[in-house]
Write a protein of this length. Structure first.
Length: 316
């Protein structure tokens, strides 16, 4: 706050403490860091480079304190038990979005609070989460254990109007000439796609990035000559409805989705972990392009001209 106001008097007033107390806290911080944090320029205090480097960490600590305070207040005001879950990846988010409402409907005394993040190790180290759902980590944190939840399969999909939708198999020679919709760099699906291109000796493809399933479906419907690469979990509803076709292509490996939990977890997180394992294990049909192949008389007409839509991005 002092970095924003530039005034010891105004900052102390906003915090409800005497200016002398604020000066004492600042002196203790500067002594601890062995660095000057503020310099007076005219009538205002300006943060030094050392202070600027420290500010992001200070704000992160404050956010953690606020989150902890909210959790304590929520628990004190209610008889509900809070379980905090981190979703590391789009597939994990999709699973939790479907499973959590069903869990809370069954266990009314347990409240599940979940959010997305890409650094489960740091969240575990800071004690901010009770469970983590996501791709298998390179190493399991000390004191935690890993449960297997499901195997996430990847798919090449297109609109029913796409010319390749009517082929029994699509070769990577054909696919390399298509315009693609791809997930963001660093995601498991994108990593597998890039590895596939390297394995097939394909130097690159024409693509745009989308991060929303709704955007992907909308784009494929508007341009029926575009193909996409994504986890089947995210596309299940569209495949079942016949809005998208799953192409048969070589090398579409799977990605393991797991759940990290403490070895000595409380009863509520354990109950949620058991529920998620059961929920993820419920089999789902995975339609492919074959069903469309069986009824060629319904094949829609396709345009001979291909125009790639303008790139756009949308957050999940």
């Amino acid at each position: 706050m002092l970095a924003e106001t530039g005034s010891m008097q105004r900052t102390a007033q906003a915090m409800g403490i005497p200016p002398s107390s604020l000066e004492q806290v600042l002196a203790q911080l500067q002594e601890m860091f062995e660095a000057e944090l503020f310099r007076r320029e005219g009538n205002a205090l300006q943060p030094t480079p050392a202070c600027v480097a420290f500010l992001p960490h200070a704000r992160e600590v404050m956010r953690a304190v606020e989150a902890g305070t909210d959790a304590v207040v929520a628990r004190c005001r209610s008889d509900k038990i809070l379980v905090r879950v981190l979703a590391a990846g789009t597939a994990a988010s999709h699973l939790l979005a479907r499973a959590v409402p069903a869990f809370e409907a069954r266990y009314a005394r347990i409240e599940v609070r979940w959010g997305e993040g890409e650094d489960p190790g740091s969240a575990i180290e800071r004690g901010e989460v009770d469970l983590v759902v996501g791709s298998r980590p390179p190493a399991v944190p000390e004191g935690w254990e890993l449960r297997e939840l499901l195997t996430e399969r990847f798919a090449v999909v297109c609109a029913p109007a796409h010319p390749l939708a009517w082929q029994t198999n699509a070769s990577w020679g054909q696919l390399s000439r298509q315009a693609w919709l791809l997930p963001e760099t660093g995601s498991p699906a994108r990593q597998r796609f890039d590895a596939l291109l390297a394995e097939k000796g394909i130097r690159g493809v024409n693509f745009c990035v989308v991060t929303s399933v709704d955007d992907l479906a909308d784009w494929l419907m508007r341009d029926p000559e575009v193909v996409a690469f994504a986890p089947t979990t995210l596309l299940h509803r569209l495949l079942v409805a016949g809005e998208l076709v799953r192409l048969r292509a070589e090398g579409l490996d799977s990605n393991s989705i797991g759940l990290l939990q403490p070895r000595r977890a409380d009863a509520a997180p354990l109950r949620l972990a058991d529920f998620l394992q059961h929920f993820a294990g419920v089999p789902q049909d995975e339609p492919s392009g074959k069903s469309f192949m069986e009824s060629p008389r319904h094949a829609p007409k396709v345009s001979a001209h291909h125009t790639m839509p303008e790139p756009r991005r949308a957050s999940l």
